[in-house]
Ligand binder design. Structure first.
Ligand code: LER
Ligand code: MN
Length: 272
C-alpha cells in the first residue's frame, strides 16, 4: 500500500499545481475526508505557517505533514541559490533554513527545486553551478542532526535550464556529497525528460526520497496517457517507501481533481 499526500498552499494562485488553497484548519480534515494520509505544504516563507497549530491539526486529524516545498520563494520573491548578489543568495539560504526548521518538527523532507534558479550563459554557468553546490552543502550542514532531509527535484527544461534528468541530478548530488540530500522525481517532469522513467527510478532508487504525481497533462492521474500502473509496479520493485504526493492543477476544481486522482491511484493499486 502506498501513502498519498495532497499538495496545499493557502492563497496560492490558480496556475500553481496545488490542490488546496484554503487555510490550514480546513486542510487537514479535508485531506482526511478525501482519503489522503498526508499533506505537502508549499510555503513562500516558513514564517507564514504556525508550526504549533500545524502540529495540533496533524495530531487531531491523523494526517501527517509529508513534505515542505519551497518553490514559491522563487516564484513570488525571486530568491535563488545561485544569486551572484551575495546578499540575495544569503536571503535565499536564510529562507530555506526556516523551511528546514519547520520540516524538522514533522520529520519530513524539504523540497528544493525552483530555487536552483536558471544558469546564465557562457563562463558564468560553471560559477553558478558551483554556487548551487556550495549553497546546498551549507543547507545540508544546517540540517545536521535535525530530523529532516533535503529532497532535490529534477525539473523539466521549460521551467529550469539545468538538472532536468535523474542522471544529471544524481551527478549534482555526488558533487554535494551529503547523506542529508536525496533526489525527488516528479512523473510530469520525468515524462518530458527521461528516455525511460522506469529505468531512471530503478537506477536512482537508493537516493529517492519523495515522488510527485501528475499525468502528462499536469492534471489528475488518469486524465492523460501516463501508465500509472507500470509506475506503481516500478516503485514497488524499487522498494520505495516514501510519499506519493499529488501535485497538479486544480481542474475541474480542487476537490474533484483531488478525489479523481486518489480514487484512480487507489483503484489501480487494487488491480495489482
Ligand atoms: C515543483 O514540485 C514542481 O514540480 C515545479 O514544476 C513547480 O512549478
Ligand atoms: Mn514537482
Amino acid at each position: 500500500m502506498f501513502q498519498y499526500a495532497l499538495c496545499a498552499s493557502p492563497g496560492a494562485a490558480l496556475h500553481e499545481p496545488v490542490l488546496f488553497r484554503e487555510d490550514f484548519d480546513k486542510l487537514f480534515p479535508k485531506a482526511k475526508e478525501l482519503g489522503f494520509g498526508g499533506v505537502e505544504i508549499h510555503l513562500r516563507d516558513a514564517a507564514d505557517a504556525d508550526a504549533d497549530m500545524l502540529e495540533k491539526l496533524s495530531r487531531a486529524s491523523g494526517v501527517k505533514v509529508a513534505a515542505i516545498a519551497t518553490g514559491l520563494a522563487k516564484r513570488i520573491d525571486g530568491l535563488t541559490l545561485i544569486d551572484t548578489d551575495e546578499a540575495g543568495r544569503r536571503r535565499a539560504i536564510q529562507r530555506l533554513k526556516g523551511h528546514i526548521d519547520l520540516a524538522a518538527r514533522f520529520g519530513c523532507p524539504v523540497i528544493i527545486g525552483s530555487m536552483r534558479g536558471n544558469l546564465p550563459s557562457g563562463d558564468a554557468a560553471s560559477e553558478a553551478y558551483r554556487l548551487l553546490a556550495a549553497s546546498i552543502r551549507e543547507l545540508a550542514d544546517y540540517t545536521g542532526s535535525k530530523n529532516c532531509s533535503i529532497a532535490f527535484e529534477a525539473i523539466n527544461r521549460y521551467e529550469n535550464n539545468y538538472l532536468n534528468t535523474a542522471a544529471e541530478t544524481a551527478a549534482f548530488l555526488k558533487e554535494v556529497n551529503s547523506e542529508k540530500v536525496g533526489m525527488m522525481l516528479d512523473a510530469f517532469h520525468m515524462n518530458m525528460e527521461e528516455t525511460d522513467m522506469h529505468a531512471a527510478l530503478w537506477e536512482h532508487r537508493d537516493k529517492l526520497l519523495h515522488v510527485h504525481l501528475a499525468d502528462n497533462t499536469r492534471l489528475f492521474p488518469g486524465s492523460g496517457s501516463l501508465d500509472f500502473k507500470a509506475l506503481l509496479r516500478t516503485l514497488r520493485q524499487c522498494g520505495y517507501g516514501g510519499w506519493l504526493s499529488m501535485e497538479y492543477l486544480p481542474l475541474p476544481d480542487e476537490e474533484t481533481a483531488a478525489l479523481w486522482g486518489i480514487e484512480y491511484m487507489k483503484g489501480i493499486e487494487k488491480m495489482g
